[in-house]
Design a protein around this ligand. Structure first.
Ligand code: NAP
Length: 246
């Protein structure tokens, strides 16, 4: 058990990478708060955790709503007493070329993918400071490092998370809190399910490992960064992309 009794809030844990991570963390002994805006999906993840003998429950959360995240943190503290790990995994895309992107598309992605992370961190940071320890993991993307046509809003948000991660690693390190980011490459989840087969094949060919990522590939990266094995890792950005952007 690499996360015995570690109370972990995972946002966007109803689907894709977050779901796989919630199941893996529970298997490794974590107490998982499955936080998601999608009630049905979140309840399903929580039910799966319990079916497997793990400890966790669903908490309804829209990360762009500051009152909701405060409530999720209060409830988790009441139930478990600490918050050891926060995984800021929730994210959305609303793609368009720059000339066609609406202000709404820009604002929504920035609000969820960038400000949503800030909201969640602010809601847990005082608890972690008082505990004298904590782990925060932000989910960036290789798009935040390299850019991608049609994703100016998403690339800005995901690049912003890298600046946020490095700043908070400096601010919070002395308080015993580690802050890191992961940058997944192309991972097969509902978020990427509409990508045409031709593009998928091109991505496979461009990837040195000659395959696309699975949610579990990212879940293991989160697991490492959350565990005590990574206790000297702070301010890092770990690419999980099969070597796509080297
Ligand atoms: P996913 O399958 O779409 O899952 C995301 C989950 O987050 C969904 O359950 C979604 O609910 C929920 N969510 C959406 N908006 C939310 C909000 N405001 N508050 C709370 N939860 C919200 O996505 P994924 O592919 O697993 O992606 C997980 C993270 O990895 C994201 O941050 C994404 O940007 C990042 N990432 C993914 C890839 C990839 O190739 N898949 C690559 C790089 C980075 P709904 O279903 O109702 O929207």
């Amino acid at each position: 058990m690499r996360l015995e009794n570690k109370v972990t809030i995972i946002t966007g844990a109803g689907s894709g990478i977050g779901r796989e991570t919630a199941l893996l963390f529970a298997k490794e002994g974590a107490r998982v708060v499955v936080a998601d805006v999608n009630e049905k999906a979140g309840e399903e993840t929580a039910a799966e955790i319990k079916k497997n003998g793990g400890d966790g429950y669903f908490a309804k959360l829209d990360v762009s709503n500051r009152a909701e995240i405060k409530q999720v943190v209060r409830d988790a503290l009441e139930k478990y007493g600490t918050i050891d790990v926060l995984i800021n995994n929730a994210g959305i895309i609303q793609d368009a070329l720059v000339l066609k992107m609406t202000e709404e598309q820009w604002d929504r992605v920035i609000n969820v993918d960038l400000k949503g992370v800030f909201n969640c961190i602010q809601a847990v940071v005082e608890v972690m400071i008082n505990q004298g320890n904590g782990v925060i993991i932000n989910t960036s993307s290789i798009v935040g490092l390299n850019g991608n046509v049609g994703q100016v809003n998403y690339a800005a948000a995901k690049a912003g998370l890298i600046g946020m991660t490095k700043t908070l690693a400096k601010e919070l390190g002395k308080k015993g809190i580690r802050v890191n980011a992961i940058a997944p490459g192309f991972i097969m989840t509902p978020m990427t399910s509409n990508v045409p087969e031709k593009i998928l094949e091109m991505m496979r060919e461009k990837t040195p490992l000659r395959r696309l990522g699975e949610p579990v590939d990212v879940a293991y990266a989160y697991l490492y960064l959350a565990s005590d094995e990574a206790k000297f890792i702070n301010g890092a950005v770990l690419c999980v992309d099969g070597g796509l952007i080297i």
